[in-house]
Design a protein around this ligand. Structure first.
Ligand SMILES: [Zn+2]
Length: 166
């Protein structure tokens, strides 16, 4: 990917330029230092992968990420809460922290939920995506070496009606 200079933006109202509309976020104070670091790494995956069209800034309520200790706490919002370790709805992401053991999996889950927050649905037409409906289908390589696959960057561009050069 280049610097973005060659990326034509079809509709500037829908498609943000570089760090045009930062997403002001707040993390639940219950997250540990390690968890916060993994969440912020997940944000950087989207920032780098979108050439900074996606841009996060600490302190605000565009996006609030909350830590839950039990899946049951998802029940009010999610009829399938028994199967889920996280949920994104509106400007909120809930993460059921104790159910995720591997740090790479935790980060992959954050990237997945941030994708939903950005308006992207599940992607099943390729192996190389963070957006499979089942987190365990995410390639191990994307757990250990976090970077946004082209398919996911393209999905963001499609949703935001950006013309991106992937
Ligand atoms: Zn999902």
């Amino acid at each position: 990917m280049g610097t973005g200079a060659s990326d034509a933006v079809r509709d500037p109202d829908a498609c943000p330029g570089q760090c045009d509309k930062p997403i002001a976020y707040t993390l639940d104070p219950q997250f540990s230092t390690d968890e916060r670091a993994l969440i912020e790494e997940g944000m950087h995956v989207w920032e780098r992968g979108s050439n900074d069209r996606v841009c996060f800034a600490q302190g605000g309520r565009d996006l609030v990420i909350e830590k839950l200790s039990r899946s049951e706490e998802l029940e009010p919002w999610d009829p399938e809460w028994r199967r889920h370790v996280a949920l994104t709805k509106g400007g909120r992401i809930w993460i059921v922290a104790p159910r995720i053991e591997d740090p790479g999996e935790y980060r992959a889950l954050v990237v997945h939920e941030l994708g939903h927050y950005l308006g992207i649905g599940h992607i099943e037409d390729t192996a190389a995506t963070y957006m499979h409906s089942t987190i365990n289908d995410t390639p191990a390589d994307l757990w250990s070496n976090a970077r946004l696959p082209k398919r996911d960057g393209q999905a963001f561009c499609d949703v935001r009606r950006c013309t991106c050069s992937y």
